[in-house]
Design a protein around this ligand. Structure first.
Ligand code: ZN
Length: 138
């Protein structure tokens, strides 16, 4: 099994823990860092809708909270191969435009392989704020 299909499988497996009682749109993400660690995430909805959080950001925030800021690839699985929302594209851009994105459906089929740079052209990044990516100064 390739690294890509393994990551997609992990994202798909994570979906069973999605908390999506309102939309029933179950999303799973699996993020592999450059150091080789993998963090999964699911969407977590809320009765107060705007406080809902996406699977991609859950995975990213888990990684950052454990000291990881350099990402290799994120696999995203939904029933119909949905793409990351604008908010998640912006959060991904914070940690590198070169991060690869694998978009797959609920059968585990890879529908699209792309990058953050392609998903968010003209991204506002840490460079505009006077720092490099990953929170480094200078
Ligand atoms: Zn999102």
């Amino acid at each position: 099994m390739s690294d890509n299909s393994n990551l997609i499988q992990l994202a798909n497996q994570a979906r069973q823990h999605a908390y999506a009682p309102y939309s029933n749109y179950r999303v799973g993400a699996a993020l592999r860092t450059k150091s080789g660690r993998i963090f999964t995430g699911v969407n977590v909805e809320n009765a107060a809708y705007p406080t809902t959080m996406c699977a991609e950001r859950v995975a990213i925030y888990k990684a950052v909270s454990e000291g990881e800021r350099e990402f290799d690839v994120l696999a995203l699985v939904t029933d119909n191969g949905g793409s990351p929302c604008g908010g998640c594209r912006q959060v991904l851009a914070e940690f590198g435009l070169e991060t690869r994105i694998l978009i797959a459906d609920g059968e585990g089929r890879l529908l699209q392989e792309t990058t953050v740079a392609a998903l968010l052209p003209g991204a506002f990044t840490p460079i505009q704020m006077g720092i490099r990516g990953n929170g480094e100064n200078g």
